[in-house]
Each structure stands twice: as C-alpha cells, then as structure tokens.
Write a protein that binds this ligand. Structure first.
Ligand code: UD1
Ligand code: PEP
Length: 420
C-alpha cells in the first residue's frame, strides 16, 4: 500500500492547476449510457475512481477509447450487459449512478447496493423511490437492485424528501428519455449536478431549472452524441487554497470557477487570508498574516460543502482561537479527528460537532487515512507539522486528487510517495 511522507515546515509559493471534477466526471461518464452514439469527454481527471468507472462501463461492453489529446471517446452502442457487480460498486459508491441511465435507455438494470462506508450509512432509498415514481419496478434482493420498466418510463412529479446529489443525478438521468414531463422538486443544486445537466442538454435532453430547487424535464425519444468539457474540481481547488492559507506565502490556484468556491472563499477570508479573485483563478496571500479559527456548518450547496469540512478542521487546529465545525450532511465524518489528535490537535467531538482549540504546534506522526477528504486533511496537517508525517492508506486520496504529491511539491512542499 502506498504512503506519503511529508516533512513539514516548507513555505508554499507559486501556481497549481486544478484538474477536472471527479464528482461531475463520474455521473457524466454514466450519462454516456443514454445514447448509442459516441460521446467525447475532455478534462477527465486522472483518478482511480475514473479508472474504476471506465472499467465498469467496459465490463458492460461499452467501448472507451483514450485519444492522444487525452480526451476520451465513449460509445454505449456495443453494450452487452446491464449489470454493475458488487466488486466494482463497493469500491466506488458513484457506480450507483449507472442505474438511472440503464433503466431509462435499456429498460433494465441490475446494480449492487453500495452499502455503508466510512463517512456514514449513505442509503439509496430516494434514488429508488424516484425511479418508482417514473413507473419502474424495483426489487432489492441478495444485495442487488433489479430495476425494470415496461416500455418507456412515464414522466411524473417527484419530491426529494432530503437533498441528495446522487439521487438527483440518477432520477434525472432516468427521466430524460421518459415519456412526457417530469418535475423533480427539492433537487440538489451542486455545481456538479449543473455540469451534468449541461452535458445532458448537449446530448439533446430538455431540462429546465438547472441550479434551482426544481427541474422540469421534457422527455425525448432519443439522445445523441456530444463533445463535452468537464468542469474544474472545486473541492481540489479548495484543498489547495487551504494548503496556501496554512503553509503558503502566495499560492495561485488556476483553472477554477471562482463563484463555485464562494462558501469556501468567505471562510478563508474570515480566517484571515487575503484573496485575489480572477476570471478563472484565485490567489491566497498570507504574507504578514495570521490564521484565526472559523466556525463552519456544512449543508447542501450553496452552503459550505461537507467535502471541505475535514480540510478546515486542520486549518482550525493550527489557527488562533477556537473554531466549531458542525457536520450536517453525513453522520460519521469526523474520522480524521483522532488522527489529527495524534499529531497534537486539541479537539472535542460532541454529536455532529467538533470544537477545535487552535494555536497548537502539530507534530509529525504516522497517521492513517480513513476516507478521501480525511486523507486530505492529514496531508495538510503534515505540511505544517514539525518533523515527518507518514500518511498511510493513501488509496483513498488517489480516488480524488490527481498527482497530489507532484502538485504540492511544485509549490515547494517536501512530500514524496513511498510505494509498497
Ligand atoms: C460522487 C459524488 O458526487 N459524491 C458526492 C455526493 O455524494 P452522494 O450523492 O452519495 O451524497 P448525497 O447528496 O446523496 O447524500 C446526502 C445525504 O443524503 C442521504 N441520502 C442520500 C440518498 C438517499 O437515497 N437517501 C439518503 O438518506 C445520505 O446518506 C447523506 O446523509 O454528494 C455528497 C454531498 O455533497 C458529497 O459529499 C460527495 O462527495
Ligand atoms: C465523499 C466523497 O466522494 P464519494 O461520494 O465518491 O465517496 C468526496 O468526494 O469527498
């Protein structure tokens, strides 16, 4: 298992380029199942989750070709099977988003239930209820979801009881080929959902309301191929901005959509960082500045993203004062806290809130990554800790950060991968 060895204390300076967004690329890859024509995707990030998704599509018979310019051509015209097996779904929950496109296009799907994971139970009940509302018959047996439609799905009104990103994406993709109009209410408004909608529109889907609480979908009989560029990863961008705030003099994060980062930028400014915002970049300047702990409450977009929570707990651990972080999206997303405590952080967890007393000098230690963003928070801690930090189980990190050690080393960090 690979590990990262970080020697803390180097000042970060310079520029870092953000890759394509994992959480947009994954459902966009599954959306290619909605047409038999070729879809060409640009700016796909080079990540383990993307490789897994491409492997899953390939196992169904979908053709995937990598071009010299790094674009990827996907064609579901050769599909043979409508199954997502447990072995693949268990390593990546986003595999569940094949359900909607398979059902909507081919009328059947057999997808393993993803099960719980390190950050919470993460059920898919709302995905299934939404598809039932469109007329699908759903059976769950022996850990597999079997979904069928009798002819085309039928447009319907469906209200999401809880805000769900994957649920919105899955039911939306089932609805684009349904007969008649579908109205989805209380949908997720995350930028990645909007990116998926733009891609579906480029395929000929008729969808109104992107980025609002309600989506109105006029079902079409078929969709066509398209050429689409995936949006930049706002969570990767946010992570490098926190790295700059923690350990940087001046760090410029390029290839971002600044407005997608608003809740993160507001908190960085509140923490004392000087930010300059360009058209597609943000620079964090900490020269002569000191970090102050901030209070955070995670919630669905446009509020503060849960995927940036762990990184801000590290920021609070070394800032002046006491910060409170409340996690309202996932019930078990504080696994990084005990590892940060091993590095000297002072934190108290009570229910879904952690109070962190800052101003501690963190000390390097061997630590264990438990999930993707927890891993990122430990890498950030390693950058400012005294001495060496060895982050184990970084396969979590490789799910979501393209070449993290090269990018951080490019900014001046002392970091290297130890293979094994
Ligand atoms: C691949 C991807 O895009 N992952 C993101 C997506 O995950 P994902 O789509 O899995 O997260 P959801 O938005 O669905 O989950 C939000 C909450 O709703 C609950 N829920 C969800 C579906 C359901 O049917 N029933 C139910 O109760 C979940 O357990 C969780 O508590 O959004 C999360 C919230 O922004 C992010 O942290 C993940 O990075
Ligand atoms: C929780 C995350 O991803 P996933 O939904 O793929 O587990 C994440 O990106 O932080």
């Amino acid at each position: 298992m690979d590990k990262l060895l970080i020697t803390g204390g180097s000042r970060l300076n310079g520029e870092v380029r953000v890759s394509g967004a994992k959480n947009a690329a994954l459902p966009i890859l599954t959306a290619t199942l909605l047409t038999k024509e070729t879809v060409t995707l640009h700016n796909l990030p080079h990540l383990n989750d993307i490789t897994t998704m491409i492997g899953l599509l390939g196992s169904m018979g979908v053709s995937v070709v990598l071009n010299e310019d790094m674009s990827v051509e996907v064609c579901a015209g050769t599909i043979r099977e409508y199954t997502a097996p447990y072995e693949m779904v268990k390593t990546m929950r986003a595999s569940i988003t094949v359900l909607g496109p398979l059902l909507g296009h081919f009328g059947e799907a057999n997808v393993s239930l993803p099960g719980g994971c390190a950050i919470g139970a993460r059920p898919v009940d709302l995905h299934l209820r939404g598809m039932e509302a469109l007329g699908a018959t759903i059976d769950v047996d022996s850990g597999y979801i079997t979904a069928r439609s009798n002819g085309r799905l039928k447009g319907a009104r469906y209200f999401f009881d809880k805000n769900t990103v994957g649920g919105t994406e899955n039911v939306l993709m089932a609805a684009v080929l349904a007969e008649g109009t579908t109205v989805l209410e209380n949908v997720a408004k995350e930028p990645e959902v909007v990116d998926l909608i733009r891609m579906l529109q480029a395929m000929g889907a008729k969808i109104e309301g992107a980025g609002t609480d309600t989506l109105v979908i006029e079902g079409v009989e078929s969709l066509h191929g398209c050429d689409y560029t995936i949006m930049p990863d706002r969570i990767e961008a946010g992570t490098y901005l926190v790295a700059g705030a923690l350990a940087g003099d001046r760090v410029k994060v390029k290839n971002v959509v600044p407005q997608d980062l608003d809740p993160v930028l507001v908190k960085l400014q509140e923490a004392g960082a000087k930010l300059t915002v360009g058209d597609d970049w943000v620079e964090v300047d900490m020269v002569g500045r000191e970090l102050t702990a901030v209070d955070i409450r995670t919630a669905p977009h446009p509020a503060f993203p849960t995927d940036m929570q762990a990184q801000f707990t590290t920021l609070n651990a070394v800032a002046k004062g006491t910060g409170t972080v409340e996690e309202t999206v996932f019930e078990n997303r504080f696994m990084h806290i005990s590892e940060l405590e091993r590095m000297g952080a002072k934190a108290k967890i009570k229910g879904n809130t952690v109070v962190i007393e800052g101003r501690n000098l963190l000390k390097g230690a061997p630590v264990m990554a438990t999930d993707l963003r927890a891993s990122a928070s430990l890498v950030l801690a390693g950058l400012v800790a005294e001495g060496e930090t060895l982050v184990d189980r970084i396969y979590h990190l490789d799910r979501g950060y393209e070449c993290i050690e090269e990018k951080l080393a490019g900014l001046g960090a002392s970091i290297r991968r130890i293979s094994g």
